[in-house]
Design a protein around this ligand. Structure first.
Ligand code: ATP
Ligand code: MG
Length: 400
Protein backbone atom coordinates (compact mmCIF):
# COMPACT_ATOMS: atom_id res chain seq x y z
CA UNK A 1 0.00 0.00 0.00
CA UNK A 2 2.95 2.31 0.59
CA UNK A 3 3.46 4.44 -2.51
CA UNK A 4 6.36 6.72 -1.53
CA UNK A 5 9.50 6.75 0.59
CA UNK A 6 10.12 9.76 2.81
CA UNK A 7 13.79 10.47 3.50
CA UNK A 8 15.10 12.58 6.44
CA UNK A 9 18.53 14.26 6.50
CA UNK A 10 19.27 15.01 10.14
CA UNK A 11 22.72 16.53 10.33
CA UNK A 12 22.29 18.34 7.03
CA UNK A 13 19.73 20.72 8.40
CA UNK A 14 22.44 22.58 10.31
CA UNK A 15 24.48 23.24 7.21
CA UNK A 16 23.05 26.68 6.45
CA UNK A 17 23.76 28.02 3.03
CA UNK A 18 25.48 24.83 1.89
CA UNK A 19 22.29 22.97 2.27
CA UNK A 20 21.10 23.08 -1.31
CA UNK A 21 24.44 21.68 -2.49
CA UNK A 22 24.13 18.91 0.09
CA UNK A 23 20.61 18.08 -0.91
CA UNK A 24 21.39 17.86 -4.61
CA UNK A 25 24.45 15.71 -3.87
CA UNK A 26 22.34 13.39 -1.78
CA UNK A 27 19.72 13.23 -4.50
CA UNK A 28 22.35 12.31 -7.08
CA UNK A 29 23.70 9.65 -4.75
CA UNK A 30 20.24 8.15 -4.23
CA UNK A 31 19.61 8.17 -7.96
CA UNK A 32 22.88 6.44 -8.70
CA UNK A 33 22.46 3.77 -5.99
CA UNK A 34 18.89 3.06 -7.14
CA UNK A 35 19.68 3.28 -10.86
CA UNK A 36 18.40 -0.23 -11.54
CA UNK A 37 14.84 1.07 -10.95
CA UNK A 38 14.47 3.80 -13.59
CA UNK A 39 10.73 4.14 -12.87
CA UNK A 40 11.40 5.78 -9.50
CA UNK A 41 10.79 9.53 -9.25
CA UNK A 42 13.02 11.35 -6.81
CA UNK A 43 11.88 14.74 -5.58
CA UNK A 44 14.00 16.78 -3.17
CA UNK A 45 13.37 19.90 -1.18
CA UNK A 46 15.05 21.69 1.72
CA UNK A 47 14.20 19.25 4.45
CA UNK A 48 12.96 16.07 2.78
CA UNK A 49 13.45 13.88 -0.23
CA UNK A 50 10.58 11.77 -1.55
CA UNK A 51 10.80 8.75 -3.79
CA UNK A 52 7.67 7.99 -5.77
CA UNK A 53 7.70 4.19 -5.97
CA UNK A 54 5.49 3.74 -9.06
CA UNK A 55 4.86 0.15 -8.03
CA UNK A 56 8.41 -0.79 -6.95
CA UNK A 57 8.35 -2.79 -3.70
CA UNK A 58 9.75 -0.73 -0.83
CA UNK A 59 11.47 -3.83 0.61
CA UNK A 60 13.82 -3.94 -2.38
CA UNK A 61 15.02 -0.42 -1.64
CA UNK A 62 15.42 -0.86 2.09
CA UNK A 63 18.96 -2.18 2.10
CA UNK A 64 20.39 0.16 -0.56
CA UNK A 65 18.86 3.15 1.24
CA UNK A 66 20.24 2.01 4.60
CA UNK A 67 23.75 2.38 3.19
CA UNK A 68 23.54 5.87 1.74
CA UNK A 69 25.52 8.44 3.72
CA UNK A 70 23.62 11.58 4.63
CA UNK A 71 20.30 9.85 5.34
CA UNK A 72 19.37 9.91 9.02
CA UNK A 73 16.20 7.85 8.62
CA UNK A 74 13.52 6.95 6.10
CA UNK A 75 9.97 5.63 6.05
CA UNK A 76 7.74 3.96 3.51
CA UNK A 77 4.72 6.27 3.37
CA UNK A 78 1.29 6.61 1.81
CA UNK A 79 0.54 9.99 0.35
CA UNK A 80 -3.00 11.22 0.95
CA UNK A 81 -4.88 14.45 0.30
CA UNK A 82 -5.32 16.90 3.13
CA UNK A 83 -8.73 15.54 3.86
CA UNK A 84 -9.58 14.20 7.31
CA UNK A 85 -11.65 11.30 6.02
CA UNK A 86 -8.94 10.16 3.62
CA UNK A 87 -6.35 10.39 6.37
CA UNK A 88 -8.34 8.30 8.85
CA UNK A 89 -9.12 5.70 6.22
CA UNK A 90 -5.47 5.37 5.21
CA UNK A 91 -4.34 5.18 8.85
CA UNK A 92 -6.70 2.32 9.62
CA UNK A 93 -6.08 0.46 6.37
CA UNK A 94 -2.34 0.53 6.99
CA UNK A 95 -2.81 -0.69 10.54
CA UNK A 96 -5.15 -3.52 9.65
CA UNK A 97 -2.35 -5.88 8.56
CA UNK A 98 -0.25 -5.19 11.65
CA UNK A 99 -2.88 -6.04 14.24
CA UNK A 100 -3.06 -9.76 14.84
CA UNK A 101 -2.51 -9.52 18.59
CA UNK A 102 -2.94 -6.72 21.16
CA UNK A 103 -0.50 -3.89 20.46
CA UNK A 104 0.27 -0.46 21.85
CA UNK A 105 0.74 2.58 19.65
CA UNK A 106 1.16 6.29 19.52
CA UNK A 107 0.74 8.97 16.87
CA UNK A 108 3.52 11.48 16.13
CA UNK A 109 2.61 14.36 13.88
CA UNK A 110 5.04 16.76 12.26
CA UNK A 111 3.47 19.87 10.78
CA UNK A 112 5.82 21.22 8.11
CA UNK A 113 2.95 23.40 6.88
CA UNK A 114 1.94 25.62 9.77
CA UNK A 115 -1.17 26.77 7.88
CA UNK A 116 -2.85 23.41 8.34
CA UNK A 117 -5.97 23.93 10.52
CA UNK A 118 -5.15 21.20 13.10
CA UNK A 119 -1.99 21.57 15.16
CA UNK A 120 0.15 18.52 16.03
CA UNK A 121 -1.66 17.74 19.29
CA UNK A 122 -5.03 17.97 17.66
CA UNK A 123 -3.93 15.71 14.81
CA UNK A 124 -2.44 13.14 17.21
CA UNK A 125 -5.68 13.15 19.17
CA UNK A 126 -7.89 12.97 16.08
CA UNK A 127 -6.08 9.96 14.59
CA UNK A 128 -5.46 8.28 17.95
CA UNK A 129 -9.12 8.27 18.89
CA UNK A 130 -10.15 7.18 15.42
CA UNK A 131 -7.84 4.15 15.60
CA UNK A 132 -8.89 3.26 19.15
CA UNK A 133 -12.51 3.24 18.03
CA UNK A 134 -11.68 1.09 14.98
CA UNK A 135 -9.50 -1.61 16.58
CA UNK A 136 -10.29 -3.20 19.91
CA UNK A 137 -6.83 -4.83 20.26
CA UNK A 138 -5.20 -1.41 20.39
CA UNK A 139 -4.11 0.74 23.33
CA UNK A 140 -2.00 3.86 23.71
CA UNK A 141 1.54 3.90 25.07
CA UNK A 142 3.37 7.15 24.42
CA UNK A 143 6.71 6.05 25.92
CA UNK A 144 7.42 2.64 24.41
CA UNK A 145 4.78 1.90 21.82
CA UNK A 146 4.94 -1.24 19.67
CA UNK A 147 3.86 0.87 16.73
CA UNK A 148 4.33 4.53 15.96
CA UNK A 149 2.20 6.20 13.35
CA UNK A 150 4.13 9.13 11.91
CA UNK A 151 2.14 11.81 10.17
CA UNK A 152 3.86 14.48 8.14
CA UNK A 153 1.68 17.39 7.11
CA UNK A 154 2.99 19.27 4.10
CA UNK A 155 1.57 21.84 1.70
CA UNK A 156 1.00 19.38 -1.12
CA UNK A 157 -0.19 16.36 0.88
CA UNK A 158 0.00 14.34 4.08
CA UNK A 159 2.28 11.33 4.47
CA UNK A 160 1.54 8.43 6.82
CA UNK A 161 3.76 5.58 7.97
CA UNK A 162 4.06 2.91 10.66
CA UNK A 163 7.74 2.34 10.12
CA UNK A 164 10.90 4.40 10.50
CA UNK A 165 14.20 2.85 9.40
CA UNK A 166 17.53 4.16 10.70
CA UNK A 167 19.86 5.42 7.95
CA UNK A 168 23.66 5.40 7.83
CA UNK A 169 23.96 9.02 9.03
CA UNK A 170 26.89 11.25 8.09
CA UNK A 171 27.05 13.38 4.96
CA UNK A 172 26.66 12.60 1.25
CA UNK A 173 29.92 11.42 -0.29
CA UNK A 174 31.98 14.25 -1.73
CA UNK A 175 30.44 17.03 0.32
CA UNK A 176 33.54 17.33 2.51
CA UNK A 177 36.31 17.31 -0.12
CA UNK A 178 38.73 14.60 -1.18
CA UNK A 179 41.30 12.58 0.77
CA UNK A 180 43.56 9.56 0.27
CA UNK A 181 43.09 6.52 2.47
CA UNK A 182 45.94 4.08 3.09
CA UNK A 183 44.18 0.76 2.58
CA UNK A 184 45.90 -2.48 3.50
CA UNK A 185 43.12 -5.04 3.25
CA UNK A 186 43.61 -5.81 6.95
CA UNK A 187 40.91 -5.31 9.51
CA UNK A 188 41.42 -1.67 10.43
CA UNK A 189 41.90 0.38 7.29
CA UNK A 190 38.65 -0.65 5.55
CA UNK A 191 36.84 0.57 8.66
CA UNK A 192 38.72 3.88 8.79
CA UNK A 193 38.06 4.33 5.08
CA UNK A 194 34.36 3.69 5.61
CA UNK A 195 34.12 6.13 8.52
CA UNK A 196 35.83 8.86 6.51
CA UNK A 197 33.47 8.30 3.58
CA UNK A 198 30.50 8.43 5.90
CA UNK A 199 31.60 11.87 6.96
CA UNK A 200 31.19 13.00 3.37
CA UNK A 201 34.83 12.73 2.29
CA UNK A 202 35.43 11.54 -1.26
CA UNK A 203 38.02 8.86 -0.65
CA UNK A 204 40.56 7.33 -3.00
CA UNK A 205 42.57 4.45 -1.60
CA UNK A 206 46.29 3.75 -1.85
CA UNK A 207 47.53 0.21 -1.48
CA UNK A 208 51.16 -0.88 -1.24
CA UNK A 209 51.94 -4.33 -2.52
CA UNK A 210 55.22 -6.10 -3.09
CA UNK A 211 55.12 -8.77 -5.70
CA UNK A 212 56.81 -11.25 -5.81
CA UNK A 213 56.92 -11.20 -1.99
CA UNK A 214 53.18 -10.72 -1.73
CA UNK A 215 50.64 -12.86 -3.54
CA UNK A 216 47.81 -12.07 -5.94
CA UNK A 217 45.45 -13.21 -3.25
CA UNK A 218 46.63 -10.48 -0.89
CA UNK A 219 45.91 -7.95 -3.64
CA UNK A 220 42.56 -9.61 -4.29
CA UNK A 221 41.47 -8.66 -0.76
CA UNK A 222 41.95 -5.00 -1.59
CA UNK A 223 40.17 -5.43 -4.92
CA UNK A 224 37.21 -6.95 -3.10
CA UNK A 225 37.16 -4.12 -0.57
CA UNK A 226 37.31 -1.66 -3.48
CA UNK A 227 34.30 -3.34 -5.06
CA UNK A 228 32.46 -3.33 -1.73
CA UNK A 229 32.93 0.42 -1.41
CA UNK A 230 31.98 0.98 -5.04
CA UNK A 231 28.70 -0.83 -4.43
CA UNK A 232 28.14 1.48 -1.50
CA UNK A 233 28.91 4.81 -3.12
CA UNK A 234 28.72 4.32 -6.89
CA UNK A 235 32.43 4.12 -7.60
CA UNK A 236 35.71 3.76 -5.78
CA UNK A 237 39.29 4.27 -6.92
CA UNK A 238 42.36 2.39 -5.70
CA UNK A 239 45.98 3.26 -6.53
CA UNK A 240 48.20 0.16 -6.38
CA UNK A 241 51.80 1.06 -5.54
CA UNK A 242 54.58 -1.47 -6.26
CA UNK A 243 56.66 -1.25 -3.14
CA UNK A 244 59.14 -4.16 -3.26
CA UNK A 245 62.12 -2.14 -4.47
CA UNK A 246 61.72 0.37 -1.69
CA UNK A 247 61.51 -2.37 0.89
CA UNK A 248 64.60 -4.07 -0.52
CA UNK A 249 66.55 -0.85 -0.29
CA UNK A 250 65.41 -0.26 3.28
CA UNK A 251 66.31 -3.85 4.17
CA UNK A 252 69.79 -3.33 2.78
CA UNK A 253 70.58 0.16 4.08
CA UNK A 254 68.67 0.87 7.29
CA UNK A 255 69.54 -0.68 10.68
CA UNK A 256 67.13 -3.48 11.41
CA UNK A 257 65.35 -1.93 14.38
CA UNK A 258 64.50 1.12 12.26
CA UNK A 259 63.35 -0.62 9.06
CA UNK A 260 59.72 -0.53 10.14
CA UNK A 261 59.82 3.18 10.93
CA UNK A 262 61.53 3.94 7.66
CA UNK A 263 59.09 1.75 5.72
CA UNK A 264 56.17 3.70 7.13
CA UNK A 265 57.84 6.98 6.31
CA UNK A 266 58.34 5.96 2.69
CA UNK A 267 54.73 4.79 2.44
CA UNK A 268 53.56 8.11 3.77
CA UNK A 269 55.82 10.07 1.41
CA UNK A 270 54.49 8.17 -1.59
CA UNK A 271 50.92 8.55 -0.39
CA UNK A 272 51.44 12.27 -0.03
CA UNK A 273 52.85 12.55 -3.54
CA UNK A 274 49.83 10.73 -4.99
CA UNK A 275 47.52 12.86 -2.87
CA UNK A 276 49.07 15.94 -4.34
CA UNK A 277 48.56 14.87 -7.98
CA UNK A 278 44.99 13.81 -7.20
CA UNK A 279 44.31 17.08 -5.39
CA UNK A 280 43.35 15.46 -2.11
CA UNK A 281 43.45 17.49 1.07
CA UNK A 282 44.20 14.89 3.73
CA UNK A 283 45.41 11.35 4.37
CA UNK A 284 43.45 8.71 6.28
CA UNK A 285 44.96 5.71 8.08
CA UNK A 286 43.60 2.85 10.15
CA UNK A 287 46.01 3.42 13.01
CA UNK A 288 44.75 2.86 16.53
CA UNK A 289 46.89 4.08 19.41
CA UNK A 290 49.06 1.37 20.95
CA UNK A 291 47.83 -1.45 18.74
CA UNK A 292 51.27 -2.36 17.35
CA UNK A 293 54.83 -1.01 17.44
CA UNK A 294 54.25 1.47 14.62
CA UNK A 295 51.23 2.94 16.34
CA UNK A 296 52.72 4.40 19.50
CA UNK A 297 52.76 8.16 19.87
CA UNK A 298 56.56 8.13 19.54
CA UNK A 299 56.26 6.25 16.27
CA UNK A 300 53.73 8.73 15.01
CA UNK A 301 56.17 11.57 15.62
CA UNK A 302 58.93 9.82 13.67
CA UNK A 303 56.65 8.73 10.81
CA UNK A 304 54.43 11.78 10.54
CA UNK A 305 57.42 14.12 10.16
CA UNK A 306 57.67 13.46 6.42
CA UNK A 307 54.59 15.57 5.70
CA UNK A 308 52.56 18.49 6.98
CA UNK A 309 49.39 17.17 5.31
CA UNK A 310 46.62 16.54 7.86
CA UNK A 311 46.40 12.86 8.76
CA UNK A 312 43.00 11.64 9.90
CA UNK A 313 42.92 8.58 12.12
CA UNK A 314 39.26 7.69 12.58
CA UNK A 315 40.17 4.63 14.70
CA UNK A 316 42.79 6.32 16.88
CA UNK A 317 40.85 5.83 20.09
CA UNK A 318 38.73 2.77 19.32
CA UNK A 319 39.26 -0.67 20.84
CA UNK A 320 39.77 -3.68 18.60
CA UNK A 321 36.35 -5.09 19.45
CA UNK A 322 34.65 -1.86 18.40
CA UNK A 323 36.53 -1.92 15.11
CA UNK A 324 35.54 -5.56 14.53
CA UNK A 325 31.89 -4.70 15.13
CA UNK A 326 31.94 -1.99 12.46
CA UNK A 327 33.91 -4.22 10.10
CA UNK A 328 31.22 -6.90 10.33
CA UNK A 329 28.43 -4.40 9.91
CA UNK A 330 29.85 -2.99 6.68
CA UNK A 331 30.58 -6.43 5.24
CA UNK A 332 34.37 -6.09 5.20
CA UNK A 333 35.17 -8.59 7.94
CA UNK A 334 35.10 -11.78 5.88
CA UNK A 335 37.42 -10.23 3.32
CA UNK A 336 39.78 -8.77 5.92
CA UNK A 337 40.37 -11.99 7.81
CA UNK A 338 41.57 -13.95 4.78
CA UNK A 339 45.06 -14.99 5.81
CA UNK A 340 47.24 -13.56 3.00
CA UNK A 341 50.13 -11.45 4.15
CA UNK A 342 50.67 -7.93 2.92
CA UNK A 343 53.96 -6.18 2.32
CA UNK A 344 54.32 -4.89 5.86
CA UNK A 345 53.83 -8.21 7.58
CA UNK A 346 56.40 -9.92 5.38
CA UNK A 347 59.17 -7.43 6.04
CA UNK A 348 58.44 -6.77 9.72
CA UNK A 349 61.67 -7.11 11.74
CA UNK A 350 61.56 -9.27 14.87
CA UNK A 351 62.06 -6.28 17.17
CA UNK A 352 60.79 -3.03 15.71
CA UNK A 353 61.40 0.05 17.82
CA UNK A 354 58.33 1.12 19.72
CA UNK A 355 60.01 4.42 20.60
CA UNK A 356 61.97 5.41 17.52
CA UNK A 357 63.80 8.73 17.48
CA UNK A 358 63.12 11.09 14.62
CA UNK A 359 66.74 12.35 14.45
CA UNK A 360 68.03 8.80 14.17
CA UNK A 361 65.77 7.69 11.36
CA UNK A 362 66.41 10.91 9.49
CA UNK A 363 70.14 10.37 9.82
CA UNK A 364 69.97 6.75 8.62
CA UNK A 365 67.90 7.74 5.63
CA UNK A 366 70.21 10.64 4.74
CA UNK A 367 72.89 8.19 3.57
CA UNK A 368 70.57 6.57 1.04
CA UNK A 369 69.13 7.97 -2.19
CA UNK A 370 65.45 7.19 -1.66
CA UNK A 371 64.07 10.12 -3.61
CA UNK A 372 64.99 8.85 -7.06
CA UNK A 373 63.59 5.44 -6.27
CA UNK A 374 60.33 6.96 -5.02
CA UNK A 375 60.00 8.95 -8.23
CA UNK A 376 60.47 5.76 -10.17
CA UNK A 377 57.85 3.96 -8.09
CA UNK A 378 55.36 6.75 -8.79
CA UNK A 379 55.78 6.08 -12.53
CA UNK A 380 54.49 2.55 -11.98
CA UNK A 381 51.39 3.13 -9.91
CA UNK A 382 48.37 1.35 -11.31
CA UNK A 383 45.02 3.09 -10.82
CA UNK A 384 41.78 1.13 -10.90
CA UNK A 385 38.26 2.51 -10.60
CA UNK A 386 35.61 0.05 -9.43
CA UNK A 387 31.98 0.64 -10.29
CA UNK A 388 28.81 -0.30 -8.43
CA UNK A 389 27.33 -3.74 -9.07
CA UNK A 390 30.12 -4.78 -11.41
CA UNK A 391 32.59 -7.43 -10.47
CA UNK A 392 35.33 -6.41 -12.87
CA UNK A 393 37.32 -3.24 -12.75
CA UNK A 394 36.58 -0.71 -15.42
CA UNK A 395 39.54 1.51 -15.84
CA UNK A 396 43.22 1.07 -15.63
CA UNK A 397 45.33 4.09 -16.10
CA UNK A 398 48.77 5.21 -15.29
CA UNK A 399 48.76 7.77 -12.49
CA UNK A 400 51.55 9.94 -13.84
P1 ATP B 1 45.23 -2.75 9.09
O1 ATP B 1 44.33 -3.65 9.89
O2 ATP B 1 44.53 -1.60 8.47
O3 ATP B 1 46.09 -3.52 8.13
P2 ATP B 1 47.24 -2.93 11.05
O4 ATP B 1 46.57 -3.24 12.34
O5 ATP B 1 47.81 -4.05 10.27
O6 ATP B 1 46.23 -2.10 10.15
P3 ATP B 1 49.64 -1.42 10.60
O7 ATP B 1 50.24 -2.52 9.81
O8 ATP B 1 50.47 -0.70 11.62
O9 ATP B 1 48.35 -1.86 11.40
O10 ATP B 1 49.10 -0.33 9.60
C1 ATP B 1 48.64 0.90 10.06
C2 ATP B 1 47.98 1.60 8.91
O11 ATP B 1 48.92 1.83 7.85
C3 ATP B 1 46.88 0.80 8.26
O12 ATP B 1 45.66 0.91 8.95
C4 ATP B 1 46.82 1.44 6.90
O13 ATP B 1 46.13 2.66 6.94
C5 ATP B 1 48.29 1.69 6.61
N1 ATP B 1 48.84 0.51 5.89
C6 ATP B 1 49.44 -0.57 6.40
N2 ATP B 1 49.80 -1.43 5.43
C7 ATP B 1 49.40 -0.88 4.26
C8 ATP B 1 49.47 -1.27 2.88
N3 ATP B 1 50.01 -2.44 2.49
N4 ATP B 1 48.97 -0.44 1.96
C9 ATP B 1 48.40 0.73 2.32
N5 ATP B 1 48.31 1.15 3.58
C10 ATP B 1 48.79 0.37 4.56
MG1 MG C 1 47.71 -4.70 8.36
Amino acid sequence: MYDHVLIRYGDLSTKGRNRSAFVSRLKRQIRSVLSQWPELDIISNRDRTFIHLHGVDFEQLRNPLENIFGIISFSPVVKVNRDMEEISLAASQLLEKEITKPVTFKVSTRRADKQFPLNTNEMNYFLGSHLLKTFENLSVNVHEPDLELTVEIRKEAIYLSYETVAGAGGFPVGSSGKAMSMLSGGLDSPVSTFLAMRRGIEVEAIHFHSPPYTSDRAKQKVEDIGQLFADLTGEFTVHYVPFAKVQELIQKQIPENYTMTSTRRMMLKLTDAIRSTREGKAIITGESIGQVASQTLDSMIAINAVTATPILRPLATLDKQEIVTISKRIGAYDISIRPYEDCCTIFTPPNPKTRPKLEKVERYESFVDFDNLLLDVLQHVETVTYRANQSVSQEMSQLL
